[in-house]
Design a protein around this ligand. Structure first.
Ligand SMILES: [Zn+2]
Length: 332
């Protein structure tokens, strides 16, 4: 019986990947593949990949022509690796997806998500985050599902390493997405583009299986308002509800994470309009073509950061003195 570390991987390999999901939910998987092929990419197939944690999601492999005549391998895992009929973004789902990314040799992952927003600023403030906006987030709240890969060297950082979670979203990669998003802001497809320099947006993964309650969101609104008032010299804090991956595992595995959020509704109990209508309308009408275009351009042109001091993606896993491990049961 092989361990998760040496379980055979028979999926494709690539340095670049996308896990983007709900911004593409109005397109069936085959339609997304066809849209990428229409850009001149070659589809090398897609199938569900076995993992040590159970049968994983579909992994689609592409070859992307480059300006110098070479081909860039690229993989797309639909909808963050979620599988129809299974609980979304469970620890099992996250393990399967990141085991695949690890074995595939992925160095940079693009992830686009949709979310509701809880911004303590009034809606009348045009600087506040509103439906129709794109946000490059600043941080995230850790969640009980954000664990490691059991049975592998990435099961848990301690005691062998310290793993720091500052700057979880690669600023060097975000800088490459920014002009693509700003072009859609100029065209009016996006109302506004937000960066960590203008608002400190944090991802909050919902703790239940659906939307939050009125109380949940009021609690976050109070927290966000309090922090913003505590630190008037810094950008205000808002939360985006419904994150779609495990940023901790990306950092643990040394994968640069390019994360963007399309805001599709006010969080439960906030703002005007019905969540279902605003969410579904933006999903169906505004986002799919833009998302395919932005993701396509990123996949074709993204470059890995080298020696960028703002990028902490591969510098925050620090080895501890070996004696720390000798203090723990199971060391002998
Ligand atoms: Zn990075």
């Amino acid at each position: 019986m092989s361990s998760p570390a040496d379980f055979p991987y028979d999926g494709p390999r690539a340095a670049f990947a996308s896990l983007t999901g709900s911004p593409l939910w109005s397109l069936p998987i085959d339609a997304v593949v066809a849209a990428f092929v229409a850009r001149g990419w070659t589809h090398r197939g897609g199938k569900r990949v076995p993992t040590p944690y159970g049968l994983g999601p579909e992994v689609h492999a592409f070859d992307i022509p480059q300006a110098d005549g070479s081909l860039r391998p690229f993989i797309w895992i639909p909808s963050y690796g979620d599988i129809l009929g299974e609980e979304t973004q469970s620890a099992t789902t996250l393990r399967r997806v990141f085991w695949i990314l690890w074995k595939a040799g992925v160095e940079a992952a693009i992830v686009g998500g949709n979310s509701g927003v809880c911004d303590p600023r009034p809606h009348s403030d045009p600087a506040s985050i509103q439906p129709g906006d794109l946000v490059l987030p600043w941080s995230y709240r850790t969640h009980q599902e954000h664990r490691g890969l059991p049975g592998t060297p990435y099961a848990a950082p301690w005691p062998r390493h310290n793993l720091f979670l500052d700057a979880p979203f690669c600023p060097a990669l975000a800088a490459q997405l920014l002009p693509l998003a700003q072009a859609y802001e100029a065209k009016g497809t996006l109302r506004k583009v937000h960066t960590p320099e203008t608002v400190r947006a944090a991802l909050v993964q919902v703790e239940t299986v659906t939307f939050e309650t009125d109380f949940d969101v009021l609690m976050w609104r109070a927290i966000n308002k309090t922090i913003s008032d505590m630190e008037p010299g810094k950008p205000p804090v808002a939360t985006l509800h419904g994150d779609c991956l495990n940023p901790l595992l990306a950092r643990f595995l040394g994968i640069h994470l390019l994360y963007y959020h399309l805001v599709c509704n006010y969080a439960q109990g906030l703002g005007t309009g019905e969540i279902h209508e605003t969410l579904t309308g933006l999903f169906l009408d505004a986002y799919p073509a833009m998302t395919i275009d932005i993701e396509g351009k990123l996949a074709e042109t993204l470059t890995l950061p080298h020696d960028d001091p703002a990028c902490r993606c591969r510098a925050s896993l620090m080895e501890n003195p070996p004696v720390f491990a000798e203090a723990m049961s199971g060391c002998r």
